[in-house]
Each structure stands twice: as structure tokens, then as C-alpha cells.
Design a protein around this ligand. Structure first.
Ligand SMILES: [Zn+2]
Length: 321
């Protein structure tokens, strides 16, 4: 017990001294530029902040490029830096399990905290468009952690998240309200166009079932009337049982599914195994959890990722029954 208290005190001391050192340098830095300092938890949050605030803010994405966000935790260093931010934007809905802990240490008079998914109707992991029967041993009570956090994968939801970010920007920096609103309108038009293009393409899909690498497409499936069969759970760390893999193979055969999806930051091994069993192929379906450093430089963004997804969906679903 004493050891724990000592350890906690040490961590707190380190956090605050780091914060104190940083304070002086950043105050000077910010007074020179007059820019807002925004911290975002992972890529989709960074994308909307950047689109709306552009050069009016210094926007720091907390998670490094190329890192899978589900089990990422912020370092003490970045937590200390976060204490000097004007706005902290996170997705919420259970995605950043560390957020609550970090928010407790923030001075809320200084930092405006935005839970971007606020007011979006959440769906539970288990009924995220899945038609597979869950075995009895998997049945358990529901708590907050059962929510599917992948709200951003639906462009309709990302637009709502962007509106929450817009409100925070106006609150913190009202003199640039017109600039932020104009940028939000542009982003929202791009998201509307993306949404209507997916909706239009979906009318031509012959199949409606997508086998995904992890359960990231629940909101997307709900939006466009698809059925998601996820190989892994809400988090890619939730590995499938052999029985579940066999069940998915059977379902693919029954529905004449020829394509199994893979994603960037997660091993393709199960998707490949299933594809081999059904004499099919794997294709990428990217839930935009993050960008690699190369992608960051090449101008790829949420919207181009979704159009790439659409091409692969057309390929995969065009031939289904
Ligand atoms: Zn995910």
C-alpha cells in the first residue's frame, strides 16, 4: 500500500513539474502566434479539427502516426503537455479508455474538453449489424464498455462530431467564428457528397454482407443497410475462437461470399484463412483509425479512404446473391 502511494506521488510530481516547465515556454510561444492549441486523441478527431481550424490553431495529434488506437495509452509527457491545451478533442463512446483519467487532471477553465460523439445514438457491440448467433457462454450483462465506439466510420456521424468541434472552436475563439463556420460548411458538403455517393452505390449492391477484420463497421453498416460479420470484436485484440471462424466460413459459403476484408493495423491472418477456405480473396476495408507517416505526407484523408473503401465494397458486393 505504502509503495503504491509513493509511486502515485512520484508520478504526480513528475507530471506537474513537467507541466510547470512547459508552461513558461508555451505561454511565450502562444502569445507570439495567438493560435489556439488543440490536442486530438486520434486520426478522425485530428482530421475534423484540422479541416475546421486550419492555420488558426496548432493541432497536435496525441497518438503517433501508424499506431493502432484501441490499446494505445498516452505517455506522461504528452499528458503533461495536454494540460496546457485550449481544446482537447476525443471521440468518446468508450474508444479512449484513458480519457476520463486524463480529464480529471485538466484545469477545465483553461482547457475546453470536447467529447465529439456526444448526442450521437450509440449502438452496442453485439447488435452492430451482426446476424451471427452468439453462443450462450458469451452472454453477459451490459455496461458502457459494450458500446461500439466506431461512430466516425459513418460519414453522417462524423459530420455531427465536426459540429461539436465547431461549437468548441467558436466558444474559445469567437473572433474567428465566420472562418470556422465557412470551413465547417465546406467539410460538411464534402461529407454529404460522400454519403450520397455511398448511398447511391449501395442501391446497386447485389449482396449485403461484409466480413470485416474487427467490429469497426457497425455504424457504417447501419447507415447503408449492410450486415457486418466481424472476425474480431470491438477491439482488434479480441481474437476469434476456432468455432467462430468455422461459423464465418459456413456463412460465407451459404451466402456465396467471395471476399473477406482486411485492415491496415491488424494482422490479416484470420481473413486470409477464411478466404482460402472459401476459395475467395481478401480486400482492404479501412475504418480510418489512423494514417501512417507516408499516408500523412501523401494527402490521403478520411474522405479519400472512404472512396477507396467504396470501390472495394462494389467489388465485394457486386457479385453476392
Ligand atoms: Zn476499431
Amino acid at each position: 500500500m505504502r509503495k503504491t502511494i509513493l509511486f502515485v506521488s512520484l508520478i504526480l510530481a513528475l507530471t506537474f513539474s513537467a507541466a510547470a516547465c512547459k508552461d513558461a515556454s508555451n505561454a511565450a510561444e502562444n502569445s507570439g502566434t495567438g493560435k489556439l492549441k488543440i490536442f486530438t486523441s486520434f486520426y478522425p478527431m485530428h482530421f475534423i479539427a484540422k479541416e475546421i481550424a486550419q492555420d488558426k490553431a496548432k493541432i497536435i495529434n496525441m497518438i503517433p502516426a501508424g499506431v493502432e488506437p484501441h490499446d494505445w495509452e498516452p505517455t506522461l509527457k504528452i499528458m503533461a503537455q495536454l494540460q496546457e491545451s485550449d481544446i482537447f478533442i476525443y471521440n468518446g463512446a468508450g474508444m479512449e479508455r484513458w480519457a476520463e483519467r486524463v480529464i480529471k487532471n485538466l484545469d477545465l477553465n483553461r482547457t475546453k474538453v470536447v467529447e465529439a460523439s456526444k448526442d450521437i445514438e450509440l449502438i452496442r457491440g453485439e447488435d452492430a449489424g451482426t446476424s451471427l448467433e452468439h453462443p450462450a457462454e458469451e452472454a453477459h450483462g451490459h455496461d458502457e464498455n459494450d458500446n461500439d465506439p466506431h461512430v466516425w466510420v459513418s460519414p453522417v456521424n462524423l459530420k455531427k462530431e465536426a459540429a461539436n468541434v465547431l461549437n468548441a472552436l467558436i466558444e474559445k475563439d469567437s473572433k474567428n467564428e465566420a472562418f470556422y463556420k465557412e470551413n465547417y460548411d465546406k467539410l460538411s458538403q464534402r461529407l454529404d457528397k460522400l454519403d450520397s455517393d455511398i448511398r447511391e452505390a449501395a442501391k446497386g449492391f447485389k449482396g449485403n454482407t461484409i466480413v470485416t477484420s474487427h467490429e469497426a463497421f457497425g455504424y457504417f453498416a447501419k447507415e447503408y443497410d449492410l450486415i457486418q460479420i466481424p472476425i474480431r470484436g470491438i477491439s482488434p485484440q479480441q481474437e476469434p475462437s476456432t468455432a467462430k471462424l468455422a461459423e464465418i466460413v459456413k456463412l460465407c459459403r451459404d451466402k456465396d461470399i467471395k471476399y473477406v476484408f482486411v485492415e491496415k493495423f491488424v494482422s490479416p491472418k484470420y481473413s486470409e484463412t477464411i478466404a482460402k477456405e472459401i476459395k475467395g480473396e481478401v480486400l482492404t476495408l479501412n475504418a480510418a483509425h489512423g494514417l501512417t507517416e507516408e499516408e500523412e505526407k501523401s494527402g490521403i484523408d478520411y474522405i479519400s479512404i472512404m472512396y477507396d473503401n467504396l470501390k472495394n465494397l462494389e467489388k465485394a458486393l457486386g457479385g453476392n446473391k
